[in-house]
Structure formats: C-alpha cells, structure tokens
Design a protein around this ligand. Structure first.
Ligand code: NDP
Length: 392
C-alpha cells in the first residue's frame, strides 16, 4: 500500500468555503489543438469547489483510502521540522502545486528511499531536482495544459487593467472618491496598440488569439516560427529576438520558460530599448525580469506599468519591492489556480495516480521524467542539468 504525501496551500483565512459564487463550471472536453482534458475513471469532488487548499485535498482522500492507501495532506513544507520533511522518508508519492511548491531537492530525494512518483498538480516541475529524480528512478508527471488558458486569461486581464488604469480607479471608489481626473490621467485604450509576446507556445499563442478582437497589432518572438497560416490568420509580425521586438511594442507579455537564455532577459538594457511608457506583463517566471530594473523603470516612467503573478522568492516577503513599486498590478501566484483550473488539475492528478497504481502507462504528454530519463513533455521542454523552470 502506498503512502501519498500531498502539499497544498492553506485554506482561506476565514475558513474552508461552505458555499460558492457559482453553482457549476462550463464543460470543456478538449484543449486547443485537440488534447483531451483529464479522463480519470471517476472523481470524488464537485468541480468548482476549492480543491487546491489543504481541506480540499485535491478530492483524493476517498479514492486513495478506499484502495487501502494512506493520504497525508499538509501546507507545512519548509525546514527540517516541517510536516513535509517528517513525512517524506517513507512516502511513495509526493504531490504538490507550483503555487505552493514542495521543493524536492537532491537532499530531500536522498532521504526518501521509497519515493517513486512526484506529481505536479498543475504545470511545471522545476521544484523537483530532475537529475536526482532520474538517478533515483522516480517518475515525474504534471497535468500538461490544465491551466494554460487560465494563465492566458490572466495575462489579458492584466494588460487591460494596466492600460485602462483599472486598479487605481477601483481604489478611488473603495476610498469613497469620485476622482475622475485622477483615474483617467493614466488611462488609455488598448485599441491600435502594438502588443508583443516573448514566446508563442500554449500560453503565448492563446494570449495572441484572445487579443485579436481588440484591434491591436500583434507581434511575437519565439525560437520557432508559427505556421504561416496562423501568422496570416492573426496578422502576426515575427521578430527573431526579444531585443528586435520590444522597440515596436506598447505592451510586452512574457510567456517563455525560465532557462539560461531567458534568465534576467528584461534588464536595464532591454527595458531601456522598450518604448517609453510601455507596459510589461510577466506571468512566466519572475527571474526573467530583473527585479530592481523593473522597479527603477516604473519610477522613471520608462515603464508605465508592470503586472504578473510570479515572484522570486515565493512566497514573496513583506518587503519585496514589487509589493510597493508604483503602477504595478501584481497578484500572488494564482493565475493557474482558478476553481476551473483546479477541477482540471485535480482530475489530472487522479488520472495519473490511477495509471500509476494500476501499472498502466501514464499519458505521454503528462510525463516529465520516466524510466531513468526525460520523457514525454519533459523531453521537449526540460534539460536535466538546468531545469527550464516551467512551474506555474
Ligand atoms: P510552452 O512550452 O507551450 O511554450 C513555451 C514556448 O517558449 C515554446 O514555444 C518555446 O520554444 C518558447 N521559448 C523557449 N525559449 C525561448 C526564448 N529564449 N525566446 C523565445 N521563445 C522561447 O509553455 P507554456 O506556454 O505552457 O508556458 C510558458 C511559461 O509560462 C512556462 O514556461 C511557465 O514559466 C509559465 N507558466 C506560468 C503559470 C502561472 O501560473 N503563472 C502556469 C503555467 C506556465 P520551443 O518550442 O523551442 O521550446
């Protein structure tokens, strides 16, 4: 019988919800491109309920306990006295989410001789030392595509809210004001602007598609060009590099993985090549943007706004400059953990567990590491010496 150790974020401060804003979720069977949404044999949760926090348990308890397995769920994951560290040595399976990652370092893996499966309930397994997982023959799997559209929606929301100056205007209302001039002195239309994405993979392309109706001019850079028919359909202008693209853009969104090529990409020099008053939205990885360069550019006006949901470190400390810099629209790391996304990644986690427990192959697109090497999606997106940091 397996022991499954699951690390999830804390319940809401006012307790686990007893009712929800909506009664159900739209039914989605396929992602763009045709991949099916998760297909477990069953689920023991109500889609639309909070599943990603400790009391939600990803809806796994009944399924696992009915089969005689043990489920331990905790949010306490840091330090040698944490529940995670205490429970790890005899765990067979570890599950965690990129929003609240249980870092499976080489040292921790060395202290977990029974560990055979690490599941990311979400997308991105760079919190797992993949070299150590390979060396210890641990399978690493994630729920590919489960929250890509969720993130794309968050990006579009952030672009609109920065350009229209939504958050400060909302604050005037909350403060009892009617200060129209204060609200509109930084408010523009997106229409006609040039918007570019650094990378046009699942999220980047979904952002481009969602922006098309706003009558903006769309740009992208990626290591590979999109098919000519997609470029024509969306009216895309391709640029060979971010440095080539940013001088043309009023808004830039970052949707590339973190790896040596992208780490620190948006530094003083690149931000300096952007149009004065451009907006930068980064939901990919914090370290793609130089923390202090962003802060400086907002203070000088080189950037008119910055938003995103990824920070370094996570959770960010109370003094992190991105909490207090001007003209920002940051959220905690939430874009991929809407209730809609949770229903998909909880079902995907269940599908992965069903396969693994029944000795049936896990879907190739969910695999990152298997049988002692990178596999499936992992073989395309990760390298073993420098994990690409796709967590999200
Ligand atoms: P995909 O793998 O579908 O797309 C990533 C794209 O980036 C690929 O087309 C890749 O090209 C391209 N790329 C890689 N390096 C560069 C580079 N140096 N310059 C330009 N393009 C590059 O990933 P997703 O769209 O699903 O996710 C993108 C990123 O978003 C993730 O890496 C992750 O960091 C983040 N994310 C954030 C989440 C959140 O909750 N905030 C949730 C999910 C993801 P190639 O085909 O050559 O690899």
């Amino acid at each position: 019988m397996a022991k499954v150790l699951c690390v999830l974020y804390d319940d809401p401060v006012d307790g686990y919800p007893t009712s929800y804003a909506r009664d159900d979720l739209p039914r989605i069977d396929h992602y763009p491109g045709g991949q099916t949404t998760p297909t477990p044999h069953g689920v023991d949760f109500t889609p639309g309920h909070l599943l990603g926090s400790v009391s939600g348990e990803l809806g796994l308890r009944r399924f696992l306990e009915d089969r005689g397995h043990t489920l331990v769920v905790t949010s306490d994951k840091e330090g040698p006295d944490s529940v995670f560290d205490r429970e790890l040595p005899d765990a067979d399976v570890v599950i965690s989410q990129p929003f609240w990652p249980a870092y499976l370092s080489a040292e921790r893996i060395a202290r977990a001789p029974r560990l055979k499966l690490a599941v990311t309930a979400g997308i991105g397994s760079d919190h797992v030392d993949l070299d150590a997982a390979i060396a210890h023959d641990i399978t690493v799997a994630e729920v590919t595509y489960c929250n890509s559209i969720s993130v794309a929606e968050h990006v579009v929301m952030m672009i609109l809210s920065l350009v229209r100056n939504y958050l400060p205007a909302h604050q005037w209302v909350r403060d009892g004001g009617w200060n129209i001039a204060d609200c509109v002195a930084r408010s523009y239309d997106v229409e006609g602007m040039h918007v570019g994405t650094v990378a046009a993979g699942r999220i980047g392309l979904a952002v481009l598609r969602r922006l098309t109706p706003f009558d903006v001019r769309l740009h992208y850079t990626d290591r590979h060009r999109l098919p000519a028919e997609i470029e024509a359909e969306l009216g895309l202008t391709y640029h060979p590099s971010a440095a080539d693209m940013v001088p043309h853009c009023d808004v830039v969104t970052v949707n590339a993985p973190l790896h040596p090529e992208t780490e620190g990409l948006f530094d003083d020099a690149l931000i300096g090549q952007m149009r004065r008053g451009a907006y930068l939205v980064n939901t990919a990885r914090a370290k793609i943007c130089d923390r202090d360069a962003v802060d400086r550019a907002l203070r000088t006006g080189q950037l008119a706004g910055y938003a995103g949901d990824v920070w370094f470190p996570q959770p960010a400390g109370p003094d992190h400059p991105w909490r207090s810099m001007p003209h920002h629209g940051m959220t905690p790391h939430i874009s991929g953990s809407s209730l809609s996304a949770q229903a998909r990644y909880a079902a995907g986690t269940r599908e992965i567990l069903e396969s693994w427990l029944d000795d049936v192959p896990i879907r190739d697109e969910y695999l990152i590491v298997d049988k002692g090497g990178l596999a499936g999606t992992g073989a395309h997106s990760y390298s073993t010496t420098a994990p690409k940091g796709r967590a999200g």
